[in-house]
Ligand binder design. Structure first.
Ligand code: PA5
Length: 419
């Protein structure tokens, strides 16, 4: 299960849930009242139920036997969730390469080492208009067309179900394609074919992933005392009211090392907004990793400004790999497991932070697997959606990001060069 440990948080959560009950109920009610309305972008709540798409992705993956390298071209929400999940859960059946940039040298180096006969290019864009994605796709498409008469078998498109240039291109060329449902926005799309397709090729357990996310949905509907995302949203909200404007996300798991970048996008792009009263709101999500950051950022987290809420994420179980006796190791460590060390480190970090008056809590996962990562990601989407309601912002648009896209195109159209 996904658990919450708040014994060193320094807040009486039960009392706070009582005091904030009405506001939380209004947040949940307001959110759910919009479900099903066109443009609400709440379709992410339904993705875990969509086992039909899961089966279609699986059938497609099983129909291709040439794939040794999968090039996943997409940026932001069209890449970060796929990367976070596939890096954690993939079994390495294919090599997945993420192209979420337009930097010439890495693009050329990747092309140089791929064999087109063994490569599948997965282009992902909800809008079908994102410059970085379309330019990189043009490069890989050109390479495939020049190399293979049957290039069409080597391209798969994931985009809006009916609209946009990529959808048109897929239809005109008769390419394999998958939809990102109309009501699912980029950073909420990890459990759509955006993430399912690379996960299927790399051998992850898609059924368990969606089952975990369904569990998160069930928990989000429970009464306050058992409602994990309402509780964590409330903690985030109370910390914000205290002036803690940074929320650190710090998994103690090497496999989860790309999850913080996904969370940063989800939190910051959803919640950093001007609210309905014209006030700028939001907290800054900061990525960290345990134990590596115990030798880096934790110094600041403990002794720096009290402007942070620190969220640790810790697996409760992993295989019992024992530490042998070795030079420099204290004798009492012999026979203890690596997991013992990992957990002791997380506990010590939480203790050190609390002792310094910083706010920290821990999300626990029974283990790092598809079920628990599905649950964790869907939980964090619920938390973000609830916070959007509490802070009076639309957690599903991104006007600042859209402006950047428009200005870039305008600058290029005018022939603009740096500087
Ligand atoms: O969350 C979002 O909507 C954005 O970050 C998008 O995912 C990102 O801009 C890429 O957009 P698209 O999928 O349309 O190419």
């Amino acid at each position: 299960m996904l658990g919450l440990k708040v014994d060193r948080l320094g807040l009486d959560l039960d009392r706070a849930l009582g005091e904030w009950g009405e506001a939380l109920e209004a947040a949940r009610g307001g959110l759910l009242a919009r479900k099903g309305l066109p443009g609400s972008l709440l379709g992410w709540m339904d993705l875990p139920e969509d086992t039909e798409t899961l089966r279609a992705v699986r059938r497609y993956q099983e129909s291709l036997d040439f794939v040794e390298d999968l090039v996943h071209i997409g940026i932001g929400g069209s890449s970060l969730g796929a990367m976070a999940l596939e890096e954690a859960l993939g079994e390495g059946r294919v090599r997945v390469h993420y192209v979420d940039h337009v930097e010439p040298t890495p693009l050329r180096l990747l092309l140089d080492r791929l064999d087109p006969r063994r490569t599948l290019v997965h282009v992902v864009s909800k809008s079908g208009t994102t410059l970085e994605t379309l330019s990189a796709f043009a490069l890989f498409l050109d390479w495939l067309k020049k190399s293979l008469p049957d290039w069409k078998r080597h391209v798969v498109v994931t985009t809006d179900p009916t609209r946009g240039p990529l959808r048109r291109f897929a239809e005109e060329e008769g390419l394999a394609s998958f939809p990102i449902p109309e009501e699912v926005g980029g950073r909420y799309s990890a459990l759509s074919p955006v993430g399912l397709l690379p996960l299927a090729f790399s051998g992850a357990d898609l059924e368990a992933l969606l089952a975990g996310a369904r569990m998160a949905n069930r928990v989000a509907g429970r009464p306050f005392g058992e409602n994990l995302p309402l509780k964590t949203a409330l903690i985030q909200h109370l910390a914000y009211l205290e002036g803690r404007t940074i929320t650190v996300f710090m998994p103690y798991s090497a496999r989860m090392r790309h999850v913080p970048a996904w969370f940063v996008q989800l939190h910051d792009e959803s919640l950093g907004k001007v609210d309905r009263q014209g006030q700028r709101v939001g907290t800054t999500a900061l990525p960290a990793l345990g134990p590596q950051d115990q030798h880096a950022q934790v110094q600041l987290f403990r002794e720096g400004p009290k402007d942070k809420l620190i969220v640790l994420v810790l697996p409760l179980w992993d295989e019992p790999l024992a530490i042998p006796q070795g030079p420099g190791l204290p004798g009492f460590l012999a026979g203890r497991t690596f997991l013992d060390v990992l957990q002791a480190e997380a506990e010590s970090t939480e203790e050190a932070l609390a002792e310094a008056g910083q706010r920290a809590y821990t999300l626990t996962l029974d283990r790092v697997d598809a079920y628990h990562l599905g649950w964790l990601l869907q939980h964090l989407m619920w938390q973000t959606a609830f916070l959007g309601e509490l802070w009076g912002v639309n957690a599903f648009d991104q006007p600042g990001v859209e402006l950047g896209k428009r200005l870039t195109l305008e600058r290029l159209e005018k022939g603009g060069r740096f500087p």
